[in-house]
Design a protein around this ligand. Sequence first.
Ligand SMILES: [Zn+2]
Ligand SMILES: [Zn+2]
Length: 402
Amino acid sequence: MITQLIKEKAAEIEPSLIAFRRDLHRNPELSNAESRTAARIAEELGKLEGMEVVTGLAGGTGVMGVLKGLKGEGKTVLLRADIDALPIEEESGLPFSSQNSGVMHACGHDGHAAWLLGSAKILSSLRSELKGTVKFVFQPAEEGGGGGRRMVQESKVLENPAVDAVFASHAWPEIDAGEIHIATRPAFGFAGGFTVKVVGKGGHGSWPHECVDPIAVANQIYNGLQQIVSRRLNETAARVLSVCTIHSGPQNKSNIIPDCCTMEGTIRSDRRDVMEEMKAQIEAVSNGIAEANGAIAEVTTRSGEAVINTPEAIPFCVEAASKIIGAENVKIDNEPHLGGEDFSEYISRVPGVYFFTGIATPETKGRFGLHSSRFILEESVLAKTAAVMAQIAADFLEKGGF
Ligand SMILES: [Zn+2]
Ligand SMILES: [Zn+2]
């Protein structure tokens, strides 16, 4: 029974996964600068029986392990982890805290890398039981920097051999360690953004009538944008519009009306049509208000794909994960989530599942979220998640589908 073998191997490698995760945690690297991280991953993958290691992906710091099963030809399944850290000064107080000042693994990607390495170790030891190919993708630059796009579109990790299913997971601080949750609505929503540059006419602060004050116009546009969400969009759709930066004028100069004012923000929804409507409304509101005030609004909008789990893959995943952690610990989540994740690059092209792995203990639950300087990941989940990932891949190859 392969489940028993997976569990035994997971227990055997658990100390090595914790040590590996702590090594990455001590040495975090920002998006697209994960050179040491990538080298450590490649080094560990290189020790594994039957593992082909591909480095230099996605512009340099992406790594992939390719494992061919010995039980014959079959499908190809891809497991993915992201590996980058964030520009945050760590305040967790952990003995293995970041040694890189101002950089921290505050999103758990050190854990993701460790559990994916764990599943590579487990499946490499069970090669004789595998019918098909497993790709272990360690992706850089998830936190901005286009890592997912480059892995998929430039390094073509979904091709040669063509991938039939994709799986990934994120450490989740609001869920108890020991549980995994699988979303039936978007695990991560459609995410996009916008920039509105208001071009007015600058001059002396004491003669506003001779100027077109771009800050005053931007202020009206800001309020108009809020009304898109509250007054213009279908109220049953999940949607978010946040203006996150406004910049205008030189610092410490309080007597100059500047020429322009630029604001940038983010838009999210669980529906593609609502994203399109938001983009159109941002253009219309910005242009209309600017024109009414004698200014010009230069508007750009963008949107990407969501992470939506393949419906038929959900029961498959529930069954596989239940073998490892028990059915009572695998839960279905019917809420939409509007975070962004570039795993959308994979799952919008190939069916699969992105699940949430609980990492909370009674001491940490609800206290420090993702991207917090005090973020803490319960390490007992590393070996368990490695085993869950390994079981999912093994079952997919054995069944030849969901
Ligand atoms: Zn993050
Ligand atoms: Zn993350």
